[in-house]
Ligand binder design. Structure first.
Ligand code: MN
Ligand code: MN
Length: 320
């Protein structure tokens, strides 16, 4: 962290107005070297069975992230001063080959991880945590996960396929890369295919907090519960924007009425301060379903909140 010059890290909006220059995430410089945190686009949407379009998510999130300033107004955290933050571009994608795309994305993240760089991604569909966590976790060091979503994403298969946006957390638990007892899912709701849809994650010890329970407990209690479950484990934060109520995210493939507010989501992520955050993502923004970009604006702000807690954790690591 020595020699950080925050002024060199991104365009100063007082000098270079925010509507000018090509869009990068939060106006960070494009860089993959000499950075502490990488903002990454993972435009993978070959894991969506229904309404598509999330391959365009990173581009629109970059565009809407122009609106984000340097300092978190609620916590005072200034991530670009704490860490060297770069937009590392997009992972490689083979548009006709899901398996190859996931392999290439994993290699991309593994390269960052080998150099001690923390990844914060914009999807893409919610298959994205699969290559990321495969790259940054190990069976000796399984991750805790704070997972915002309307859906548990722990099915075994979807249309006979094992690797898609409905199965990543099951695969990662099976692979020993996520500790199911330290996985907390917040915002779960919506119609089910069958009454036993949620039996598997619960049997593994996953803490599934449905919207009904969320309302009963209240925001502060849910945050306390999430912090207790994570404990001192390395933790990954993944936000599927369909965890939000559809009023906040018309542009997503599987909207479910009766969901989380942006306000509660921001407050809960801020409340993760002090945890050992090792990465995160915001997924399932589909710009063709919301050309106005409201969904992407919310996604960019969620990404900023994750960046703030990740930057504090990264800055506190002694080897940096
Ligand atoms: Mn999901
Ligand atoms: Mn979902």
């Amino acid at each position: 962290m020595k020699g950080i010059d925050s002024k060199s890290q991104f365009l100063d909006s007082w000098v270079t107005p925010r509507f000018t220059q090509p869009a990068s995430f939060m106006r960070a410089p494009f860089a993959t070297d000499d950075i502490d945190i990488a903002l990454v686009g993972c435009p993978f949407d070959l894991g969506s069975a229904n309404r598509a379009g999330t391959r365009h998510g990173p581009a629109q999130i970059r565009e809407m992230s122009r609106l984000i300033r340097k300092v978190n107004g609620a916590t005072g955290v200034a991530p670009f001063s704490l860490c060297r933050v770069g937009d590392a571009g997009d992972t490689p994608i083979s548009p006709f080959d899901a398996g190859q795309s996931l392999e290439d994305a994993q290699s991309f993240y593994a390269d960052l991880h080998a150099r001690g760089i923390v990844p914060i991604s914009a999807g893409g569909d919610h298959t994205v945590p699969l290559p990321v966590i495969r790259a940054i976790a190990s069976t000796e060091r399984p991750l805790a996960v704070v997972h915002f979503d309307a859906h548990s994403d722990t099915w075994d298969t979807l249309h006979g396929n094992r690797y898609n946006n409905a199965t990543p957390f099951r695969r990662l638990i099976e692979e020993g890369l996520i500790d199911p007892k330290r996985l907390v899912q917040i915002g779960i709701r919506g119609t089910l295919f069958a009454q036993d849809d949620l039996d598997w994650p619960v049997a593994q010890g996953v803490r599934v907090i449905t919207m009904d329970e969320y309302e009963d407990l209240g925001r502060d209690q849910v945050l306390a519960e999430a912090r207790r479950i994570v404990g001192d484990a390395p933790v990954y934060v993944t936000y599927d924007v369909d965890g939000l109520d559809p009023v906040y995210c018309p542009g997503t493939g599987s909207p479910e009425p009766g969901g989380l507010s942006m306000r509660d989501s921001q407050v809960i992520i801020r409340g993760l301060r002090g945890l050992d955050v090792v990465g995160g993502d915001v997924c399932e923004v589909s710009p063709p379903l919301d050309p106005a970009g409201h969904t992407a604006l919310n996604a960019a702000n969620l990404m900023f909140e994750i960046l703030c807690v990740a930057a504090e954790a990264q800055a506190a690591r002694p080897d940096r």
